[in-house]
Design a protein around this ligand. Structure first.
Ligand SMILES: Nc1ncnc2c1ncn2[C@@H]1O[C@H](COP(=O)(O)OP(=O)(O)OP(=O)(O)O)[C@@H](O)[C@H]1O
Ligand SMILES: [Mg+2]
Length: 227
C-alpha cells in the first residue's frame, strides 16, 4: 500500500510551482525528498495533506484516492503531515496539543515518552527541539500509515535531531511510509532507502542514496552544507 503521487501539478499565486511530480512513498521505509529553497517541497506536503488544490494529477494511498479531499479526511485515511517550522499551538499545554490531534495519543507518547513529563507545560514555553518533538508527536496520534515530515532538522542542533530520528525509524519499522523532506542532505541520505530530488518544481533525480549521492554536484546539496 504505497502513497503514490502521479503527474501532480500545483499552482500558487497564479504560477505553476509543481510540474508533473511523480513519486512513491512505500510502506515500511523512509523516502527522502531533497531540494533547494523554493523547489516546491513544502507545496508537495501541503498538497498531499489536502491544504492546497491540485491542478492535475493524482494522489492515492493504496485504494484510497486522496486527490481533492479535505485535510481532515486525508488525516483520517492515515496520512499525517508535520509542517515546516515546528508548528504547535503555543498557548495550549502539551497534553492539549495532543488532545487536539485526536483521541489516541498512545502511539505519540510511546514514541516520545518525555512528553509525559512536559504534559502541563505550555507548548510556547518549550525549546525548539521540544516543539518539533511535539509537532511530530501530534502527527503520530492515532498511528498514521504515512508520515510526511517537512524539514525535520530545521533550526535544531544535531543532538536534538538525533533524538527525533529514532522515532521515525521505529515508525517505518512498524510498517508506515515516511517521507522525510530535508536540506540536511547527509541525514536524509543516511536514513532513506529511496531519494528524490526536486528542482524548481520538477523531480530531476531519483534513486538509492548511493546513486543520488554520486550524481549530486550542486553546492546546496553538497556534503559541505549542514553535514
Ligand atoms: N503562499 C504562497 N503564494 C504564492 N507562491 C508561493 C507561496 N508559498 C510558496 N510559494 C512559491 O512556491 C514555490 C515553491 O515554494 P515551497 O515553499 O513549496 O518551496 P520549498 O522547497 O518548501 O522551499 P524552502 O526550502 O524554502 O522551504 C516557490 O516559488 C515559492 O515562491
Ligand atoms: Mg519548504
Amino acid at each position: 500500500m504505497t502513497l503514490a503521487v502521479r503527474d501532480l501539478r500545483v499552482s500558487r499565486g497564479g504560477r505553476e510551482v509543481l510540474h508533473d511530480v511523480t513519486l512513491d512513498v512505500p510502506p515500511g521505509q523512509i523516502t527522502a525528498l531533497l531540494g533547494a529553497n523554493g523547489a516546491g517541497k513544502s507545496t508537495l506536503v501541503l498538497t498531499v495533506a489536502g491544504l492546497l488544490p491540485v491542478t492535475a494529477g493524482s494522489i492515492t494511498a493504496g485504494d484510497d484516492r486522496l486527490t481533492g479531499l479535505r485535510p481532515e479526511r486525508v488525516r483520517r485515511l492515515g496520512v499525517a503531515a508535520v509542517p515546516e517550522g515546528h508548528r504547535v499551538l503555543r498557548s495550549l499545554t502539551v497534553a492539549d496539543n495532543l488532545r487536539v490531534a485526536g483521541p489516541d495519543a498512545t502511539p505519540a507518547l510511546e514514541a516520545f515518552p518525555e512528553l509525559r513529563d512536559l504534559s502541563d507545560r505550555l507548548a510556547g514555553a518549550l525549546s525548539g527541539g521540544q516543539q518539533q518533538m511535539l509537532a511530530l508527536a501530534q502527527a503520530m496520534v492515532g498511528g498514521p500509515r504515512y508520515l510526511l515530515v517537512d524539514e525535520l532538522s530545521f533550526g535544531l542542533a544535531p543532538a536534538v535531531v538525533g533524538r527525533l530520528v529514532p522515532a521515525l525509524v521505529a515508525l517505518a519499522e512498524r510498517g508506515a511510509g515516511v517521507l522525510l523532506i530535508e536540506q540536511y542532505t547527509r541525514l536524509a541520505l543516511e536514513l532513506a532507502e529511496r531519494v528524490h530530488v526536486l528542482d524548481r518544481g520538477h523531480i530531476t533525480m531519483h534513486g538509492t542514496p548511493d546513486e543520488v549521492r554520486g550524481r549530486l554536484h550542486s553546492a546546496y546539496l553538497g556534503e559541505g552544507n549542514g553535514g
